[in-house]
Design a protein around this ligand. Structure first.
Ligand code: DGL
Length: 293
């Protein structure tokens, strides 16, 4: 069945399945989460912890990964297709668990779809603003996230006096995906990437990419104990929780929720690397053709 999800005439998007927020029992529907790859599982981990009764449908766009080097236009198209797929899974809300997609496509998809959509940048900025004492905040992320200036804008919205220093660290994504967590090579790359930030007297560093949390130990070692590392997963899960309860969409399920994992390529890879991101091995990932959405 084809339906129109758009609320703007000039942005009419056709999707493959009908969707309505007024469903028979919306509270039992899953939360949809997507990322360019498996980094978004760091956000899922926190959703599992804070919302143990919620079911999650995860989509990792592993076939089109990475997003960090792509144009806004392409990232928006990918985000739309990812959300169309999640809507077909009957999700009640979408979490854009990718900083790059949040930076380039969040406002755009929020205009199109009539469901709650939460990104990771505002929650990350909120956590950083609460952590800093000297108001000097570093942000690391993909080239796309840093170039977008989204964190600077989000932080300045909270306090225009914050000094924000951004640094793109694209190799961290591949290192994390390759399971290069505690390796000397990762430490050396981190030293090189982070050297300019170490000179800025920051007391807080935002891990502005959902692939970075597994590298927290290495990044922390390089930055030193005085710098607080912020990953947005915790604050994002809180935002999910608040939105669900404000909208009366929180699950009251008593039974163990059943989560589903989808990717656009190589589902078996999830079995080897998911433990670094989720603390759990995902064995049951299913491959889908995302270009059909
Ligand atoms: N996990 C994505 C993010 O948070 C980055 C990975 C990529 O470049 O696709 O930005």
């Amino acid at each position: 069945m084809t339906s129109t999800l758009s609320i703007k005439k000039d942005l009419q998007i056709k999707t493959k399945s009908a969707y309505s927020i007024i469903d028979a029992n919306p509270i039992n529907r899953p939360i949809g989460v997507f990322d360019s790859g498996i980094g978004g599982l760091t956000v899922v981990k926190e959703i599992f912890r804070q919302l143990p009764h919620e079911e999650v449908v995860y989509f990792g766009d592993t076939g089109r990964f990475p997003y960090g080097i792509r144009s806004s236009e392409v990232i928006r198209r990918f985000a739309r297709q990812n959300i169309n797929f999640l809507l077909e899974q009957n999700v009640k809300m979408v979490v854009v668990a990718c900083n790059t997609a949040s930076a380039h496509a969040l406002d755009y998809v929020k205009q199109i779809y009539n469901i709650p959509i939460i990104g990771v940048i505002e929650p990350g900025a909120k956590a950083a603003s609460a952590a800093t004492s000297n108001k000097r905040i570093g942000v690391i992320g993909t080239e796309g996230t840093i170039a977008s200036g989204s964190y600077t804008r989000a932080l300045h919205k909270i306090n225009p006096r914050f000094k924000v220093f951004g640094m793109a660290c694209p190799l961290f994504v591949s290192l994390a995906e390759a399971g290069y967590i505690d390796k000397k090579a990762t430490y050396l790359i981190a030293e090189e990437y982070l050297a300019p930030l170490k000179k800025k007297d920051i007391d807080t560093l935002v891990l502005g990419c959902t692939h970075y949390p597994p590298l927290k130990k290495t990044i922390g070692k390089v930055m030193g104990r005085k710098v607080r590392l912020i990953d947005s997963a915790d604050e994002t899960a809180k935002a999910v929780k608040n939105t669900l309860s404000e909208m009366g969409l929180a699950s009251k399920r008593k039974s163990t929720p059943y989560h589903k994992y989808f990717v656009s390529d190589t589902p078996d890879r999830l079995e080897t690397i998911s433990k670094h991101f989720l603390d759990k091995v995902v064995k049951e990932a299913v491959k889908i053709d995302i270009t059909a959405y």
